[in-house]
Design a protein around this ligand. Sequence first.
Ligand SMILES: NC(=O)c1ccc[n+]([C@@H]2O[C@H](COP(=O)([O-])OP(=O)(O)OC[C@H]3O[C@@H](n4cnc5c(N)ncnc54)[C@H](O)[C@@H]3O)[C@@H](O)[C@H]2O)c1
Length: 429
Amino acid sequence: MKLTIIGTGYVGLVTGTCFAEVGHRVICVDNDAAKVKMLQSGGIPIYEPGLEELVKKNVAAGRLSFSNSTAEGVANSDVVFIAVPTPPQADGSVDMSFIERVARDIAGAMTEYKIIVDKSTVPVQTGEKVAETIKRYCKNQVECDVVSNPEFLREGFAVEDLMKPDRIVVGVRTQRPVSVMKEIYAPFNAPIIVTDINSAELIKHASNSFLALKISYINAVSIICEATGANVQEVANGMGMDERIGRRFLNASLGFGGSCFPKDLSAFIKIAEELRYDFGLLKEVQRINASQMDRFLKKIVDTLWVLKGKTIGVLGLAFKQNTDDVRTSPAIELCQRLQKEGAALRVHDPKAMEKAKPLLPGVTCIDDMNDVAEGCDALVIATEWEEFKKLDLERARKHLSHPILFDGRNLFDPKEMEKLGFIYKSIGR
Ligand SMILES: NC(=O)c1ccc[n+]([C@@H]2O[C@H](COP(=O)([O-])OP(=O)(O)OC[C@H]3O[C@@H](n4cnc5c(N)ncnc54)[C@H](O)[C@@H]3O)[C@@H](O)[C@H]2O)c1
């Protein structure tokens, strides 16, 4: 099929590439001219495992191309996906101006029937607004169907998640676009759930809020563990073996971040508020998450006392492993707060250093994780990169003025760390 994706970011680029990989012809459109130029000349603006090879392969096969013209994308495809940002506003509600802009651009370019699919995460009832906007701005008065098709990929595992999805949600107003949507997704061999548009939109916000809730739940349990000498990892393992609960998203940490959970939570709270429901449960999820960061920082200050004039090594800047994305990253917030306390920072991240630099003026970026501890008063683990588990601890211990390690991601075994001579502080253990 001939498909266009408007918005070539973490969702749009990976979705477009995976559609091309299963045989569709895809145009990825973006209004960021520099990004399109980079993609057209073989560069990849984001890091996702496996993405670069897949982009190159599908460009070479002639199934994937890039453009900065929405009109060109609309003219050359049957189905147009929207994957532009839906960022939060100061009051927590969603800034819908990107979606509205794209709806108008698509409407202006339509000369025949199209299926318009929203993949961005949007408040319930957005589909109706998009359909209304397209109708209003389509000079040629041609028909279209608006579909909601929320995306559930995890950054850092985006290619894997797109190629092997748990489920595909397709929200429609009429049955007309259903067979085409099923044809697009047939090669992925995943269950397809067809719902009304409002339900599809709600599935996304309800899912992300639930996952955030699960993380805050285990973080709250970690506080009880710390107060009683229990081990939150053992508690999570025991809980997770219950099929009704499941082990995933039960890792205690310094809190969640990223471009999705914090904004989707606040959006869902705001949506509920507008519908005159006080979603207090989700406000508590936010509160617990913020307090995890405060508690972690307090551990550092209580141990090191005055941070002014001290140097701290920080491993991890991305909001999670396997990505270069630093949007609303807890690691970045932690660095900024340590800097505010007067600490000098030596930082390392396997992929996110370039994107983090503008957010952290004054830090020293270190290329090799094993050099970070040099001249530091303590080390901090802020992102759960697998490779940090292979840190040369003996070397780190020798480099540190005193062997102190704060682990915000529970990567090491407390007993082992003690044996190696570290003062080791983690979460809920
Ligand atoms: N990142 C994730 O893990 C994830 C997962 C599921 C859903 N989502 C949702 O998907 C949407 C996109 O997220 P993202 O992380 O890919 O964002 P992103 O910022 O990485 O990418 C969005 C892209 O859209 C482009 N854009 C903005 N306005 C445009 C316009 N008028 N015309 C053409 N291009 C335009 C931007 O230049 C950018 O490249 C959001 O609603 C997000 O909530 C994100």
